[in-house]
Design a protein around this ligand. Structure first.
Ligand code: GLN
Length: 479
C-alpha cells in the first residue's frame, strides 16, 4: 500500500474491502518511520507494541463483521502534551523527561473506543510555547519540504509526521496558532475547534482560556472525521459545551455552502507580508468565488492589538499552570537544603529559556501594582477583539485570511529574536482570543514551499469552514 495517498477515508475503505489489514499497515508505518524519521525527527517516542495490538483488535472486529467506524485501525500520531496511559508524556520538556502518563486524556479515550491506533508521541516546542519546534528540549523537527527549514510550531512534530507520510492523521493543540501555523508550513490541513468543542482534560495546560485540541490531516474531510470523533461535552472539563456535530460536517451540501458569505478583513493584508503568500491567498479567494460563494471586504479594527494582548494573557496563564512543575510530584529532583532552594534548582534545571521567559513575564503582569495596568487591561482588549468578530459575523458567515505572513523560515533564523518569532502568529492568535473555530488549508499550485489560507467561522459553526474547505479541495484535488 502506498502510504503517501493514505487518508482516513481510503484507509477505512481498504480495510473493509480487505485490501490490507490494519496490522499490516501499522507495521508498514513503523518500518517507514524508522527510516524516514532519522531525517525529520517528528517523533519523540514510538509506541510499537501497543499500536500493533490496537491494530489487531481492529482487524478482529472487521473479521467478525462488526460495525466499525471510520477510525478503526487508523494509525495516528499524538502530540506529546496529550496523555496516553502508560506512555511517555514529556511536552518536550526536560522537567518531564521520565514522566509516564497515568491516565488517558478524554480525546484519547474517545479515539480508543473508536478503535484508532497510536503510532507514537510527536515533538513540539516545550510546553507548546513556540512557533518552530526549536524550543523542544530534545530535538529539532525538520520541515519535510525543506530539511533546512522549521516545520512550524508548537505542534511541529504532528504536522511533519502527517506531511512526511509517517501517520495518516494526528492530534495537536492550539493556543495561539500551534495547529494552524505548522499545518500551513508543512502543507497539511489543521483545525482549531471552537473553544469548548473538544475536552481539554488530559492535555497539559498552557493557557487554559485559549487551549484547544484539534486534528491534522491530509484532507479537510479527514479533519472533519477526526474532529467529530473527539468533540463533545465532558464532565471532566467544565468549559466543554454540549454541542453535537451532525453528519453535515462530513458531507456538506453545495446548496448550503453557496448561501454563505465570506468576509475578507483588510487588517490581515499587511505590509511586510510575502508577495508569494498574498498572491496565493488571492488565488484561493478566486477559487472560493468560483464555487458561487459571495465575498465581501470587512474590517476587524482591533486586530493590531491581538498579538500584544495575547503576550499578556497567555504568559499570565502559563505562569499559573506551570507552577505545578516543581520536582516534587512531577519532574526530576535536584539536591537542596530547603524547600525554596529545591524549587529553584528543579525549575532552573528543568525549564528551557522560552518557558522561563514566559513564566517570569506572566508572574510580572499578575503581580500587585501591575495587575490592573497589564492583565486587567488585556482582558478588556480581549473583549474588544471578540466584539470585532461578533460584529463581523453579523455581516458574513466566514472570514478568510492568510495563516502566516511568510512560508516556513530557516532553522535558527528567529531563535535569537523572540519578537520576530512571535510575529509569525499574528494571523492565528485572534481566533484563540475570540474562541472561534479556524482551519488552515493548503493552497493549490506549484511552489517551493507550502502556503495556506485560513477560514474562521462563527462559534460552533465548524460546519461552515469544513464545508467550504471540502469544496475547495474538490475543485483543487491536488492541494
Ligand atoms: N506560537 C504561539 C506561542 O508561541 C502559539 C503556541 C500554541 O498555540 N501553543 O505562544
Amino acid at each position: 500500500m502506498d502510504l503517501k495517498n493514505l487518508t482516513i477515508k481510503n484507509f477505512h475503505k481498504g480495510l473493509l474491502d480487505k485490501e490490507f489489514s490494519a496490522h499490516e499497515i501499522t507495521q508498514e508505518f513503523f518500518d517507514y518511520i524508522k527510516k524516514q524519521d532519522k531525517k525529520i525527527d517528528a517523533y519523540l517516542s514510538l509506541n510499537e507494541k501497543m499500536a500493533l495490538e490496537q491494530a489487531e483488535q481492529a482487524d478482529l472486529r472487521v473479521a467478525k463483521n462488526e460495525n466499525v467506524g471510520m477510525l478503526a485501525g487508523a494509525p495516528l500520531a499524538i502530540k506529546d502534551n496529550i496523555l496516553i496511559e502508560g506512555l511517555p508524556a514529556t511536552a518536550a520538556s526536560k522537567i518531564l523527561e521520565n514522566y509516564i502518563a497515568s491516565y488517558d486524556a478524554t480525546v484519547i479515550k474517545k479515539l480508543k473506543s473508536a478503535g484508532a491506533v497510536f503510532l507514537g508521541k510527536t515533538n513540539m516546542d516545550e510546553f507548546a510555547m513556540g512557533s518552530s519546534t526549536e524550543s523542544s528540549a530534545f530535538k529539532i523537527t525538520k520541515n519535510p519540504h525543506d530539511l533546512k527549514r522549521v516545520p512550524g510550531g508548537s505542534s511541529g512534530g504532528s504536522a511533519a509526521a502527517v506531511a512526511a507520510d509517517m501517520a495518516v492523521a494526528a492530534l495537536g493543540s492550539d493556543t495561539g496558532g500551534s495547529i494552524r501555523q505548522p499545518a500551513a508550513f508543512c502543507g497539511v490541513v489543521g483545525l482549531k475547534p471552537t473553544y469548548g468543542a473538544v475536552s481539554r482534560f488530559g492535555v497539559m495546560a498552557m493557557a487554559s482560556s485559549l487551549d484547544q485540541i484539534g486534528p491534522f490531516a491530509k484532507t479537510v474531510e479527514d479533519a472533519a472525521i477526526l474532529f467529530k470523533e473527539i468533540s463533545g461535552q465532558d464532565k471532566l472539563d467544565s468549559t466543554s459545551a454540549d454541542v453535537k456535530y451532525g453528519e453535515e460536517i462530513l458531507n456538506p451540501k453545495l446548496e448550503n455552502i453557496k448561501k454563505l458569505t465570506v468576509g475578507i478583513p483588510e487588517e490581515y493584508f499587511i505590509d511586510g507580508m510575502d508577495k508569494e503568500v498574498s498572491k496565493a491567498v488571492e488565488s484561493a479567494i478566486k477559487d472560493i468565488e468560483s464555487l458561487g460563494i459571495k465575498t465581501k471586504k470587512i474590517s476587524l479594527p482591533h486586530t493590531k492589538y491581538a498579538l500584544s494582548d495575547y503576550y499578556i494573557i497567555m504568559p499570565a496563564e502559563v505562569s499559573a499552570n506551570l507552577e505545578r512543575f516543581d520536582g516534587i510530584r512531577y519532574g526530576s529532583r535536584e539536591k537542596a537544603k530547603d524547600l525554596i532552594e529545591l524549587y529553584k534548582k528543579n525549575r532552573s534545571a528543568g525549564f528551557g529559556d522560552e518557558a522561563k521567559r514566559r513564566i517570569i513575564l506572566g508572574a510580572f503582569v499578575l503581580s500587585s501594582g501591575y495587575y490592573d495596568a497589564y492583565y486587567a487591561k488585556a482582558q478588556k482588549v480581549r473583549s474588544l477583539i471578540k466584539q470585532d468578530f461578533e460584529n463581523a459575523f453579523k455581516q458574513v458567515d466566514v472570514i478568510l485570511t492568510p495563516v502566516t505572513p511568510t512560508s516556513a523560515f530557516k532553522i535558527g533564523e528567529k531563535t535569537k529574536d523572540p519578537l520576530s518569532m512571535y510575529l509569525s502568529d499574528i494571523f492565528t492568535i485572534p481566533a484563540n482570543l475570540a474562541g472561534v473555530p479556524a482551519i488552515s488549508i493548503p493552497i493549490s499550485g506549484k511552489r517551493e514551499l507550502p502556503v495556506a489560507f485560513q477560514l474562521m467561522g462563527k462559534p460552533w459553526k465548524e460546519v461552515d469552514i469544513l464545508g467550504i474547505g471540502q469544496y475547495y479541495q474538490k475543485i483543487n484535488p491536488n492541494a
